[in-house]
Design a protein around this ligand. Structure first.
Ligand code: SF4
Ligand code: SF4
Length: 115
């Protein structure tokens, strides 16, 4: 599968995403497992308004990559989740999702909920 040209976008599409209970638990576990300094450094970065609270501005990457929500994993490759830079890559059909979204990361769930 061809990759999206994400290098250099600097978190352009990393905005608030909807998450499920299961995903939030996974994120909390991931954040807790980070070395304290790394966690503090990630939290204190200055981001544009609307950029995901876990986007690592300094290193231009997702700060919780292995625990990123499903929407982030599928983005760009599934119909309805097209990246404007390569919309032709969004060819897969989204599977039915029976899990309920509990809210939005960066809006309903923030660093304050992780202390
Ligand atoms: S998915 Fe698209 S907009 Fe997002 S970082 Fe990758 S190329 Fe850029
Ligand atoms: S969790 Fe990671 S991939 Fe998803 S929006 Fe936030 S920084 Fe981007």
């Amino acid at each position: 599968m061809e990759s999206l040209p994400c290098q250099g976008c600097r978190g352009l599409c990393c905005g608030p995403v909807s998450i499920t209970e299961r995903e939030w638990k996974k994120i909390k576990k991931k954040v807790k497992s980070m070395p304290r300094l790394k966690r503090q450094e990630l939290e204190s970065q200055t981001r544009f308004y609307g950029t995901c609270i876990f986007y690592d501005v300094e290193n231009d990457k997702c700060g919780i990559y292995s625990a990123r929500p499903d929407v982030c994993q599928k983005f760009g490759y599934y119909k309805g989740l097209a990246c404007f830079r390569k919309p032709e890559f969004a060819t897969k059909n989204l599977p039915d999702n029976n899990e309920r979204y509990i809210g939005t990361l960066s809006v309903d769930f923030t660093w304050k909920d992780l202390h």
